[in-house]
Design a protein around this ligand. Structure first.
Ligand code: ADP
Ligand code: MG
Length: 401
């Protein structure tokens, strides 16, 4: 696919105020940053701009604040400053007179971080007034927030229409990795899908039944498939809405050239707890009062073999309740297979990424996507509003017209 938007690498940023929408939406635990992967992933674009003596103005959302007393960007500011080894000034808000004054006072090579964009109600409503106020802070806009690109918000979409707009390095890489996998994969393409709900993944599942050579199903999701075939799932986590969807997927699989594999053995437990009684069963029928919490060793082996032989691999969603060690083996087996696969490997999904990190394998895959929902929507074939807005860049049309 030809790239029809401009890269930050071509942006005339020297001495200019550059508004960078980054994805700094890190998980917090007791006000502390629990995982700073997203901050680290945002650094290359910021560093590129600083090298060109730009005046960098960063903006991101952080969680879902109910008021301006909640979820300040302060901890993110501190961590960013540490990684960049330059001071990062925290603005007194998102927009407004004081923020404009801070932006106007920036010198080349300095960094200003705006406050949590969701402090402004207009952010999620993509309010034109907020988008234009953001536009007035800067000369150039760069969108590097791939993880938020599936949302049409003021900082991800609206403001792109008010300034010359460019794609950041992370956003570019995410798009090229994921579209290559979707549109031109090395074969055989093996897709491993797990996680909690069929409804989260059904779009991708349908898409890859048409594109992939093999789809492997694990996680709680498999119980919707078993129920669709009339097999009892005991007390396993079953999404009722997922049963009908699974039925449709099974039907579609019959008419596709893609091989859809389901578990043939399971790890079950008598409660959802690490110290529950645990059993491996050869089969998929979960007795009453038991729950299926992982794929079994035989299934894990079968899935790992398919991954080892793949030309490319997409993995999204844990194979079981891997956060509890007794139910981590299936996810670990798939993660290890992905890590050691000779094909091109791409992993998406917040919990799958967390699993890779927990197993110490996050450096062993070719691409670990930072976007959960955004990567799924892109793989499904949907347009991402934050990316479309870069293509509709008015300044770009003037240049080329
Ligand atoms: P991702 O974030 O990678 O897309 P999901 O959010 O779809 O993944 O699902 C991850 C969650 O699903 C994990 O917290 C995991 O514990 C849970 N899970 C997977 N399999 C099971 C299962 N058999 N029973 C209960 N929970 C499960
Ligand atoms: Mg998740």
């Amino acid at each position: 696919m030809a790239q029809d938007f401009r890269s930050v690498r071509e942006a005339p940023a020297e001495g200019k105020r550059v508004l960078v929408r980054a994805d700094l939406n890190v998980p917090l635990a007791d006000g502390e940053i629990a995982d700073d992967t997203r901050i680290k992933a945002a650094l290359p674009t910021i560093q590129l701009l600083l090298k060109q003596d730009a005046k960098v103005i960063l903006v991101s959302h952080l969680g879902r604040p109910k008021s301006r007393d909640e979820l300040s960007m302060r901890p993110v500011r501190d961590r960013l400053a540490r990684h960049l080894s330059v001071p990062v000034e925290l603005a007194p808000g998102v927009v407004g007179e004081d923020v404009s004054a801070s932006a106007a006072a920036l010198e080349p090579g300095q960094v200003l971080l705006l406050e949590n964009s969701r402090w402004e109600g207009g952010e999620t409503q993509n309010d034109p007034g907020l988008a234009s106020a953001l536009g007035e802070l800067a000369d150039i806009y760069v969108n590097d927030a791939f993880g938020a690109a599936h949302r049409a918000h003021a900082t991800t979409e609206g403001v792109a229409h008010n300034l010359p707009a460019y794609a950041g390095l992370l956003l570019e890489r995410e798009l090229s990795e994921l579209t290559a996998l979707r549109d031109d994969p090395k074969r055989p393409l093996v897709v491993a899908l797990g996680g909690a709900k069929v409804s989260d993944k059904v779009g991708v599942l349908r898409r890859f039944l048409e594109l992939a050579d093999t789809v492997l199903i694990g996680g709680a999701m498999c119980f919707s498939f078993f129920r669709a075939r009339g097999v009892s799932a005991g007390d396993s986590l079953v999404e009722e809405e997922g049963i009908g969807l699974a039925e449709e997927v099974l039907e579609a699989a019959e008419h596709s050239d893609c091989e859809l594999l389901l578990p043939t053995d399971l790890v079950i437990a008598d409660s959802f707890a690490a110290d529950a009684e645990r059993k491996e069963i050869d089969g998929i029928e979960v007795p009453d009062d038991w729950l299926g919490l992982d794929i079994g060793p035989e299934t894990t082996k079968r899935y790992a073999d398919a991954i080892a032989d793949a030309g490319s691999v997409l993995w999204n969603g844990p194979m079981g309740a891997f956060e509890m060690e007794p139910f981590a083996a299936g996810t670990r087996g798939v993660a290890e297979a992905v890590a050691s696969a000779s094909g091109h490997t791409v992993v998406g999904g917040g919990d799958s990424a967390a699993a890779l990190v927990a197993f110490g394998l996050d450096q062993e895959v070719d691409w670990l996507s930072t976007g959960g929902g955004a990567s799924l929507e892109l793989l499904e074939g949907k347009d991402l509003p934050g990316v479309v807005a870069l293509k509709d860049d008015d300044a770009q049309e003037e240049d080329s017209g």
